[in-house]
Design a protein around this ligand. Structure first.
Ligand code: NAD
Ligand code: WQD
Length: 338
């Protein structure tokens, strides 16, 4: 039996594929390469000593999915495929709802047709919206999202809940990631954003190698310890391992269940800059800019449920996140385009 990983050539997907192969699973990847390249999977193959079976195609293409389910014995699906840039989603809402919501509907329909009933969905802390108290806990009602991206994740979670009620043979877990950062410790795979990065760590790393001049810090007047925004950063390998533990837990899930995957602590932007400088020995030039539209002051996870029910908790701290980000960035200044 194999596990189908949609979006498996992407940032989190490639690290999860490596972790799956590492524990002996057979893996099939479906990716349209809209935000990734096959090079990530070549490197995963070098690291794992074996390959995932790769299909280039779109989750919105039912025929392509049918073909995959016909040609492989799939026991479960981990669904990473989707568009993820918050700012872009406000400019291209239809593309985001099409890819993230309609694409997931097509995938679920084909899973049902094929009799594949175990499903893990990449959700996000963004589903807690702008008004939930911190730390975010799974019992807090979700909603109040502030971007089409966030709303697409919210909608899929709601669809999954309805679907799981109607199809009791399905076991579904939504994993709500906080802020994934870092890279595999080999420095061979990592995050490879297109153009100027939107997210903090890739931006800092590109300042460090001289590709970007200085970091703009969005807001120095938040009601936080040092005035900069606080987030719950989580090492991508901890996140990958969380998927393995969620896979193992699916057999205990009747219907739908959501888990936060975060460290349970917040770090400020300035603290992240300092930690990166310490790990890399490189000084990061920065200036404080006005707040970025839509940003929240501070949020982090209540990470207890995943610990209690999945047996999962983070094993890597800020030092490892910075060390591995730097290792990946300096070894691959052009990402996978080397
Ligand atoms: P990514 O862009 O690196 O990976 C997504 C992959 O999906 C890419 O390889 C892309 O080519 C592929 N893809 C996109 N649309 C597709 C489609 N229609 N059909 C087939 N393949 C398609 O992003 P990532 O950071 O690895 O994120 C993976 C998932 O986790 C996404 O669903 C994202 O929304 C979610 N997530 C990410 C973060 C984060 O900060 N990175 C946080 C929370 C949730
Ligand atoms: C982190 C902190 C910024 C860039 C986003 C999505 C979220 C999730 C993860 C998918 C904030 C500050 C950033 C920069 C800065 N993705 N910052 N200068 O916004 O917490 O979350 O990615 O689900 O849904 O919204 O992550 O890395 O962009 O920002 O000062 O150039 O760094 O203001 O405080 P964010 P981020």
């Amino acid at each position: 039996m194999a596990i189908l990983v949609t979006g498996g050539a992407g940032y989190i997907g490639s690290h999860t594929v490596l972790a799956l192969l590492g524990r002996g699973e057979d893996v099939v990847v479906l990716d349209n390469l809209s935000n990734s390249s096959k090079e990530s999977l070549h490197r995963v193959e070098q690291l794992a000593g074996k390959a995932a079976r790769f299909y280039q195609g779109d989750i919105q293409n039912g025929e392509c999915l049918r073909n995959i389910f016909d040609e492989n014995k799939i026991s479960a699906v981990i669904h990473f495929a989707g568009l993820k840039a918050v700012g872009e989603s406000t400019r291209k809402p239809l593309e985001y709802y099409q890819n993230n919501v309609s694409g997931t509907l097509v995938l679920l329909e084909e899973m049902r047709r094929a009799g594949v009933t175990r499903f893990i969905f990449s959700s996000s802390a963004t589903v807690y919206g702008a008004n939930s108290p911190v730390p975010y806990v799974e019992t807090t009602p979700i909603g109040g999202t502030t971007s089409p991206y966030g709303t697409s994740k919210l909608m899929v979670e709601q669809i999954l809940q309805d679907f799981a009620k109607a199809e009791p043979q399905f076991s579904i877990i939504a994993l709500r990631y906080f802020n994934p950062v870092g890279a595999h410790e080999s420095g061979m795979i990592g995050e490879d954003p297109n153009g100027i990065p939107n997210n903090l760590l890739p931006y800092i790393a590109q300042v460090a190698i001289g590709k970007l001049e200085k970091l703009g810090i969005f807001g120095g007047d938040y009601p936080t310890k040092d005035g900069t925004g606080e987030r719950d950063y989580i090492h991508v390998m901890d996140l990958a391992e969380g998927h393995l533990m969620a896979m193992d837990h699916l057999k205990n899930v009747d219907g739908f269940k959501a888990y936060n995957l975060g460290a349970g602590v917040g770090h400020s932007v300035l603290a992240m800059v300092q930690a990166f400088e310490k790990a890399s020995g490189v000084k990061i030039a920065y200036q404080i800019l006005p707040r970025r539209d839509g940003d929240l002051p501070a949020f982090w996870a209540d990470a207890n449920l995943a610990r209690e029910e999945l047996g999962w908790e983070v094993r890597r701290g800020i030092e490892e996140m910075m060390r591995d980000t730097w290792n990946w960035q300096k070894n691959n200044p052009q990402g996978y385009r080397n």
